[in-house]
Ligand binder design. Structure first.
Ligand SMILES: CC(C)(COP(=O)(O)OP(=O)(O)OC[C@H]1O[C@@H](n2cnc3c(N)ncnc32)[C@H](O)[C@@H]1OP(=O)(O)O)[C@@H](O)C(=O)NCCC(=O)NCCS
Length: 182
């Protein structure tokens, strides 16, 4: 189940993030940072255990980042990461953002959800200030992926539902089934 975390989930979120941050695959985040951004975070929970997490980070007007995407490795390749990114997309749409991006090592996951690879230099400079704590800041090997967030007009829905694969902004049912697409 995907949901917003509570303070009781912070230990579970940190338990996912810290080893990955130490490995250099996600940015380090402090307990205080997590606690103060709970409303920007999603967790995937099963039987009371936090199995995955992802965050939405506001970058600038219209632009938001998927960050701190981590899934418990014992539960990998079951669609949890995809579900978390889809939740970020849905919320970014609801909030009125125009574009969503990530810096990632797993381009296929994002490509399935409509992201495409972009040049990192095209992203605003301010995103790099958060990389100062990263051990790879001078030799970042992540790929930037970005997706437009297209609002679907109500009139267009019946037509789009007949052919969901035609519009990457529409996902129906399990996001893993959609043919569409840090
Ligand atoms: C990346 C991560 C979040 C993926 O979570 P997940 O729940 O396993 O992802 P999904 O099951 O939704 O995978 C969807 C697709 O992404 C790709 N993918 C996922 N994990 C992958 C991996 N480790 N290596 C290569 N491709 C991968 C595959 O194409 C996969 O589809 P498939 O299983 O049908 O082949 C998880 O492996 C993780 O926590 N990694 C360490 C931290 C990290 O790299 N975070 C990403 C920063 S943006």
């Amino acid at each position: 189940m995907i949901r917003k975390p509570t303070l009781q989930d912070v230990d579970g979120i940190l338990a996912l993030l810290i080893p990955r941050a130490q490995a250099g695959t996600v940015l380090f985040r402090s307990r205080e940072d997590i606690e103060s951004h709970l409303r920007d975070i999603f967790v995937y929970e099963s039987e009371g255990q936090v199995l995955g997490t992802a965050s939405l980070v506001h970058i600038s007007t219209g632009l938001v980042e998927v960050r701190s995407l981590v899934v418990n490795s014992e539960f990998g390749r079951k669609g949890i990461g995809t579900t978390l990114v889809q939740a970020c997309i849905d919320e970014a749409l609801e909030l009125g953002y125009e574009r969503i991006f990530a810096l990632t090592y797993v381009v296929p996951l994002f490509a399935r959800l409509g992201f495409h690879v972009t040049e990192r230099q095209k992203l605003p400079d301010k995103i790099w200030k958060d990389c100062q704590t990263c051990s790879k800041q001078d030799h970042c090997d992540e790929t930037a992926v970005i997706r437009d967030l297209v609002r679907v007009e109500v009139d267009a829905l019946p037509r789009a539902l007949e052919n969901p694969g035609a519009d990457p902004a529409i996902s129906i049912g399990n996001p893993q089934d959609a043919q569409t697409h840090r």
